[in-house]
Write a protein that binds this ligand. Structure first.
Ligand code: NAX
Length: 333
């Protein structure tokens, strides 16, 4: 048997944690031949819920589950971690300004970044799910100077999966027939889901759907799907978010082959030139078309973007720059 891989999940007592942990334990994150050691981090108020989930994980008698630990100490939680899923975050409370939200989350993701820097395994991969995910990833990364920025990513895979599913529904094709969708920018309402390079069974998506449907239905539907789920379900997306987190890390570890997907990746380092080609400056965590090659996310370079796509991308990137400047102004970066 292979040595167990340590997976840390923060916010483990929350609703995404509850959907995510059982799929990790069953082998869907890292594969059917990789035992996992789960390390659950919570804040004191969330510890009981996480402990309860840990009891249920034991009750699953998962053949691949080596152990489960629960703690409210970040250093312990990230000690030796290979995969860190940062799900726990501070939600926007009533009357909270955006600067307050960024500040409250910097107080979480700064120290967690530092703890990862100090204790994580040298191959650590970090996925930030907790919102504002892109900027939280940037903050964590900036507090982990010894770890390449490329290892800190933000989740836009749920947006990507939503875009694939909506296109498939519209043209009445299975999701497996859809290829080449891209989600650009921030994981927020400003994101740009783009089908201009997408195909369905090899045919250009833009020939199968109308311009009007794309602009008036598809883009707002994908960007506001989170709000729709809250309205219909009475709670925010949880199992679909967990599923997207599984997809992101699974692809990161196992590769994507020729297909690409979308992920919030660092625009510094190996991907700086490809990002610049789309007008995205260095020093951000931005959703881009990516392939996973030899365990690294590589931005797909040089796709031709139409002028209106460019404008959508630029608007979302401008929001990322604004968030970064706000965090910097607070001295948190
Ligand atoms: P819940 O409120 O159910 O759970 C969050 C948990 O995090 C709570 O148990 C809380 O005690 C814990 N927590 C808070 N601060 C912590 C800290 N410093 N260390 C460890 N744990 C901490 O929220 P849930 O529905 O699970 O959502 C979690 C996060 O995912 C939210 O920030 C949410 O906005 C974000 N989402 C991101 C998505 C994405 O696509 N990137 C989609 C789904 C989701 O909305």
């Amino acid at each position: 048997n292979r040595a167990p891989v340590t997976v840390t999940v923060t916010g483990a007592g929350g609703q995404i944690g509850y959907a995510l942990l059982f799929r990790i334990a069953s082998g869907q994150l890292l594969g059917a031949d990789t035992p996992v050691r789960l390390s659950l981090l919570e804040i004191p108020q969330g510890l009981r819920a996480a402990e309860g989930t840990a009891l249920e994980l034991i009750d699953g008698a998962f053949p691949l589950l080596d152990s489960v630990d629960v703690t409210d100490d970040a250093s312990a939680a990230f000690d030796g971690t290979n995969v860190a899923l940062l799900v726990g975050a501070r939600p926007r409370g009533a009357g909270m300004e955006r600067a307050d939200l960024l500040e409250a989350n910097a107080a979480i993701f700064g120290p967690q970044g530092r703890a990862i820097n100090e204790g994580a395994a040298s191959d650590v991969r970090v996925l930030v799910v907790g919102n504002p995910a892109n900027t939280n990833a940037l903050i964590a990364s900036s507090h982990a100077p010894d770890i390449p920025a490329e290892r800190f990513t933000a989740m836009t895979r749920l947006d990507h999966n939503r875009a694939v599913a909506q296109l498939a529904l519209e043209v009445d094709a299975p999701v497996t027939a859809v290829d080449g969708v891209i989600v650009w920018g921030n994981h927020s309402a400003s994101q740009y889901p783009d089908v201009s390079h997408a195909t369905v069974d090899g045919r250009a998506a833009t020939e199968l759907v109308s311009e009007r449907w794309l602009e008036e239905v598809f883009v707002p539907k994908v960007a506001r799907r989170g709000a729709e789920i809250i309205e219909v379900r009475g709670a925010s997306s949880a199992a679909s978010a967990a599923s997207a987190a599984i997809d992101h890390v699974h692809d990161w570890v196992h590769g994507t082959g020729e297909r690409w997907t979308s992920a919030g990746v660092s625009t510094s380092g190996v991907n700086a030139a490809a990002a610049a080609g789309y007008g995205v400056p260095e020093g951000l965590v931005c959703s881009l078309p990516v392939r996973s090659v030899d365990g690294e996310w590589i931005v797909v370079p040089g796709l031709e973007e139409r002028a209106d796509s460019r404008a959508h991308i630029a608007a979302s990137v401008a929001e990322l720059v604004e968030e970064r400047e706000a965090v910097r102004a607070l001295g948190l970066l």
